[in-house]
Design a protein around this ligand. Structure first.
Ligand SMILES: C[S@@+](CC[C@H](N)C(=O)[O-])C[C@H]1O[C@@H](n2cnc3c(N)ncnc32)[C@H](O)[C@@H]1O
Length: 253
């Protein structure tokens, strides 16, 4: 079925309106198991100070913090960062949060490790990927660890391209109209948020995600000065069947 969507409201960039709702709508992603899986990977190395790139609302940043790591969250969306800061304060989990684009922002110090979890890398345009990875490398201490994931090419092609995703809840309804592009997907997101008078307010924003093959990621890591230690499917699944690929890398030198 072809579904046509006419924007009624001014479109905004990704993670403006969605910021407040992201962790709530994403509560079925298995944050708890997922963070434990990542922490097990980190525990193999002597690490203390970490940078969470694309920290969004900060779920993983707080989980790492609770595990004893001193964390800095970095995100390009002021709204996501605001949510992360407020939630950290509410939950009594102290952390530092920095507004910035990983492809450009100079980090204020060096870290033992960096993470970029849950599609952050898919948001980085193709011509900026190496700059982003080089920036991560520059922010790491000698032998620093970089742990990140991407949505797999298979997921893009079979589950995202030219689909509509819907999540209908009492207080908010989420639609994403996903249009395939040559190098990824454009996602027209609409939220219908219930107001206190019972009426629903419509809020629109556009997301652009890029499809990366494993080979493209490995080539960019090599150019940026990383050694690949491990690449596997989400939570250790077989790579060929997985919707997500996880990469564990180490800074060369
Ligand atoms: C799908 S969200 C994941 C957020 C968080 N890691 C989580 O799992 O809850 C992706 C995040 O990456 C951020 N992001 C996208 N491009 C970025 C960039 N170039 N630099 C920093 N953050 C970026 C977005 O603003 C968004 O908050």
């Amino acid at each position: 079925m072809h579904v046509k969507k006419e924007p009624l409201m001014k479109q905004t960039t990704a993670y403006t309106h969605l910021a407040k709702w992201f962790e709530y709508l994403n509560d079925d992603c298995g944050y708890e198991n997922w963070s434990q899986y990542l922490i097990e990977k980190l525990k193999s190395f002597p690490l203390a100070v970490g940078l969470d790139v694309g920290c969004g609302g900060g779920w993983f940043t707080r989980a790492f913090q609770r595990q004893g790591y001193a964390m800095t969250g970095l995100d390009v969306s002021p709204e996501m960062l605001g949510f992360a800061q407020e939630t950290a304060l509410k939950e009594g989990v102290r952390g530092e949060y920095i507004l910035g684009d990983i492809a450009r922002t100079k980090l204020p110090r060096r870290f033992d490790f960096a993470t970029a979890i849950n599609d952050c890398v898919n948001y980085i345009p193709k011509d900026k990927l190496v700059s982003a990875f080089k920036n991560v490398r520059g922010a790491l201490k000698k032998d620093g660890i970089f742990l990140f994931d991407i949505s797999s090419a298979r997921k893009f092609q079979e589950k995202i391209a030219n689909t509509v995703s819907v999540d209908d809840r009492d207080d908010v309804t989420y639609f994403s109209f996903n249009r395939a592009e040559e190098d990824g997907v454009i996602m027209e997101v609409s939220l219908f948020v219930k107001r206190s008078d019972g009426a629903f307010e419509r809020l629109d924003e556009t997301h652009r995600q890029y499809l990366y093959t494993e080979e493209e990621i490995l080539a960019a890591l090599e150019t940026s000065g990383f050694t690949l230690l491990e690449a596997e499917g989400h939570l250790g699944e077989d790579k060929g069947a997985a919707d997500r690929l996880t990469f564990l890398c180490q800074r060369k030198g």
